[in-house]
Design a protein around this ligand. Structure first.
Ligand SMILES: Nc1ncnc2c1ncn2[C@@H]1O[C@H](COP(=O)(O)OP(=O)(O)OP(=O)(O)O)[C@@H](O)[C@H]1O
Ligand SMILES: [Mg+2]
Length: 372
């Protein structure tokens, strides 16, 4: 599949709207990740792309051709499910080749493709085993291999790594990225794990309640989240979001106020008229420790917990009735009970309207005051 276009796709189940009017289009051979929390409609959307579920409305176009009503077998897509769905009574080798023999592909050709795929996925030594004699990670590779031998136009994957431990997840991510590069074909990959999205995707669609919150590259989504929802979903720990207010200062200038903080904003901040209640967003790695006598706007709070992650530490700091995460190289020089003074550079401040959650566009270069 070179390109995929969703045009106003929706799906209802009785009163439930699982997918709500989604439109997006991909460039050639993307690694598209559908990312979102449980129940946001990821699997429903993937099943519609696969042809396993008819949409309630909208169209699906592959390479510009409308495939909305085509049955799955005419779409030339390979699906990898979370539960692998291997044939328990067949060896790994037969599991890999089964779909091809059903398609009446010659023995020689099947052998060639199975050999090639098992070498790529490190399955050579396991070909004579049955699924119950494999670890979860090995089964997962067989499921992937079974999709690969078909040499499909696109791969559709629904949380294929969810049963793997952290190390295997990480090595399989690397493998999938390599696979995508090598095959030069479209991947559509469903996950609730933002690390999957950050590491493998060329494009991410962040879904919330059946709708697309943001569609962009991993970098765009991390650096410029379009909403507080996206900001709070990406990153571990995610972006800190503090209630703040836009108000007027002494000389009618615009100010941003949060607990213990007052930042003058220029009128040109471009936050749009009438927005008063905002969320101030700062990533944990962008909160900078400063000394207690730091001049300029500073957030102050009590250190509650410090977590050691080996290479870095994450501190939880109570500011008023809010809690923020601060990330830094180890040692972070914070001790529970300490009062921490935190500053942030203006270019690292994000503002969201509190009512809608939408990002407010503003120009950090016009706001020098929070700089450390
Ligand atoms: N066959 C069905 N009948 C009724 N409701 C359904 C059906 N399939 C899904 N839903 C509902 O549609 C919504 C989206 O479900 P979906 O399985 O697409 O979510 P998901 O994003 O894949 O979640 P998860 O991460 O938990 O797998 C949910 O509210 C779910 O209960
Ligand atoms: Mg699902």
């Amino acid at each position: 599949m070179a390109t995929l276009e969703l045009d106003g796709i929706g799906r209802r189940f009785g009163d439930t709207t699982a997918v709500d009017n989604i439109s997006l289009s991909t460039a050639r051979n993307e690694f598209l990740v559908l990312l979102g929390p449980s129940g946001c409609g990821k699997t429903t959307l993937l099943r519609m792309i696969a042809g396993l579920l008819p949409p309630s409305e909208g169209r699906i176009l592959v390479d510009g051709r409308d495939v909305t009503v085509l049955p799955p077998r005419e779409r030339d897509l390979a699906m990898v499910f979370q539960n692998y769905a291997l044939y328990p009574h067949l060896t790994v080798e037969r599991n890999l080749g089964f779909g091809l023999s059903v398609r009446k592909i010659g023995k020689e050709e099947i052998r060639r493709r199975v050999d090639e795929v098992s070498e790529f996925l490190d399955l050579d030594g396991l070909l004579k085993r049955r699924p119950k004699e494999l670890s979860g990670g090995q089964r997962q590779r067989v499921a992937l291999g079974r999709a690969m031998v078909r040499e499909p136009m696109a791969f559709l994957m629904d949380e294929p790594l969810s049963n793997l431990d952290a190390q295997l997840r990480s090595s399989t991510r690397t493998r999938l990225t390599a696979l995508h590069r090598r095959l030069d074909t479209t991947f559509v990959y469903v996950t609730h794990d933002q690390v999957d999205a950050m590491t493998m995707a060329t494009k991410v669609a962040v879904l919330n309640k059946g709708r697309v919150e943001q569609f962009g590259t991993p970098v765009e989504i991390y650096d410029k989240p379009a909403s507080a929802f996206v900001a709070g979903f990406m990153g571990a720990p995610p972006m800190n979001l503090l209630p703040a207010e836009l108000g007027t200062g002494v000389d009618d200038s615009l100010v941003l106020r949060a607990p213990g903080l007052e930042v003058p904003l220029p009128d040109q901040a471009g936050t749009g008229p009438g927005v008063r209640d905002v969320l101030l967003g700062v990533r944990p790695e962008h909160l900078l420790l400063v000394t207690a006598d730091h001049v300029g706007p500073t957030l102050r709070g009590r250190v509650e917990v410090v977590e050691n992650l080996g290479n870095e530490e994450i501190a939880a700091v109570e500011i008023g009735d809010q809690r923020v995460s601060v990330r830094g190289a180890r040692p972070i020089h914070l001790i529970p009970g300490d009062i921490a003074s935190l500053s942030v550079r203006p270019e690292h401040i994000h503002l969201f309207a509190r009512s809608s959650g939408r990002r407010l566009v503003w120009d950090p270069e016009l706001v020098p005051a929070l700089a450390s």
